[in-house]
Design a protein around this ligand. Structure first.
Ligand SMILES: Nc1ncnc2c1ncn2[C@@H]1O[C@H](COP(=O)(O)OP(=O)(O)O)[C@@H](O)[C@H]1O
Ligand SMILES: [Mg+2]
Length: 398
């Protein structure tokens, strides 16, 4: 009897959405996917990988890949439709493809499946979103689209250093820094351009804005860029650093801080990226050196609070459901927090604690979303029922 009464256990299914091409069965960081599958297994959530090519939401099954830990192999299978889809399409160039867009739109329109982080962010749009709210305005450096030498000159008169960044860039690619050269250093070569190369930056100087602008234009090509007030970052042993915050929704669907890491710039670099000579370090230790133990704690608390306010505003202004983002925050020499960018496809955090927390959060948030989904379905069903009853009674009344 007990068996008969026993209902099918409610198991959340989570699909990791990625892209496939001739290179591999699917793209993206497989180690990340496997870790998420394992974390799901430990918590009763079935996690599998689907590619935009295979993903058809019309039937009651989908073709996906499960991972078999013993044989260390992926297995292509027919799987139940997911309750939740986690978008991990790894590059913008894939996301922009028409058939990939079609899949994303189908996921967004689907009535019963929750889909989060639908797209990459753009540095200019992020600025516009955060500029809309009084609460987040204070954290954003002055930013404008990079359009002409005249406008560059005007902004350079207000700020001695400017960062030029591609709006769709990542990992320091295409980043430049423009600085006014103090008269005591050079009276003739008034402008300095630092271009981020592999692990160092290449420096050149110019006498006039048109000369500087010609060089910048050559570097920029047809890409969209922003120019941004340069922040004098707090430093440790003369190496500037910034904070990398991982913000994720928790089991209640509320934004929370999964962890805060720090990245120290390489000696010859204008950014703090590890592949560009930067290194990972403890935020507490780095901040303590400049602000003392109490100051360090206060700044970390302030950064966490800022990250939460910023994440909420980004989600609100984007009009989509977001489940996680990583954020690059700067701390200036006075201890003030600055927002540089947020990323909707956070890279793996190497700090073990943050890493672990991030996987658990994703699973818990998926469970939350699947429950919300069931609630939504019951709501839809009961509204439909009410409507039907109402219609019947109207018909009767006639
Ligand atoms: N306005 C700025 N002032 C000072 N440093 C900056 C500024 N913008 C970026 N940086 C430095 O460059 C790094 C990369 O910038 P970011 O906006 O995160 O671009 P990317 O997408 O290439 O990571 C930051 O982490 C920070 O160290
Ligand atoms: Mg960055």
């Amino acid at each position: 009897m007990a068996l008969l009464l026993h209902e099918k256990p409610e198991r959340t299914t989570l699909a990791i959405l990625t892209y496939t091409d001739a290179k591999r069965i699917f793209r993206g960081n497989q180690e990340n996917f496997i870790d998420l599958i394992r974390t799901g297994e430990e918590r009763g959530v079935q996690v599998y990988v689907v590619t935009t090519a295979d993903f058809k939401l019309t039937g009651d099954k989908v073709t996906g890949y499960t991972y078999h830990f013993q044989s260390k192999r992926w297995k292509k299978e027919q799987l139940p439709l997911p309750d939740v889809i986690y978008n991990r399409i790894p590059y913008r160039k894939f996301e922009q493809l028409p058939d990939v867009q079609q899949t994303i739109q189908a996921c967004l329109r689907h009535g019963h499946i929750s889909f989060f982080n639908p797209s990459f962010f753009n540095k200019w749009t992020l600025f516009e979103w955060l500029n809309k709210s009084k609460e987040t305005q204070a954290f954003i450096p002055t930013t404008q689209k990079l359009t002409s030498g005249d406008e560059l000159e005007q902004l350079l008169q207000k700020h001695p250093n400017l960062y030029l960044k591609p709006v769709r860039g990542k990992a320091g690619k295409g980043i430049m820094k423009v600085s006014r050269v103090p008269a005591k250093v050079s009276k003739t070569r008034k402008y300095q351009l630092s271009v981020q190369e592999k692990t160092r930056s290449h420096i050149s100087r110019y006498a006039t804005i048109p000369q500087l602008w010609a060089q910048i234009r050559e570097m920029v090509g047809t890409k969209d860029y922003i120019m941004q007030q340069g922040i004098t970052l707090s430093n440790y042993k003369q190496r500037p650093f910034d904070l990398r915050v991982l913000v994720q929704k928790n089991s209640k669907g509320l934004w929370s801080i999964a962890g805060v890491g720090a990245r120290l710039a390489g000696k010859l670099s204008i950014t703090t990226h590890v592949p560009r000579g930067g290194s990972i370090d403890e935020p507490g230790k780095l901040l303590e050196a400049g602000f003392g133990a109490v100051g360090s704690k206060r700044i970390i608390a302030k950064a966490k609070k800022a990250a939460l306010v910023i994440a909420k505003q980004i989600e609100k202004a984007s009009g989509s459901t977001l489940g996680e983002m990583s954020m690059d925050l700067g701390v200036d020499t006075a201890g003030q927090i600055w927002f540089f960018e947020a990323n909707s496809k956070p890279m793996k955090f190497d700090e073990p604690q943050i890493r672990k927390k991030s996987l658990i959060n994703l699973i818990r948030y998926s469970i939350h979303l699947s429950r919300q989904g069931t609630k939504k379905e019951t709501q839809i069903a009961s509204t439909a029922m009410r409507r039907a009853v109402l219609q019947k009674s109207v018909q009767k009344a006639r």
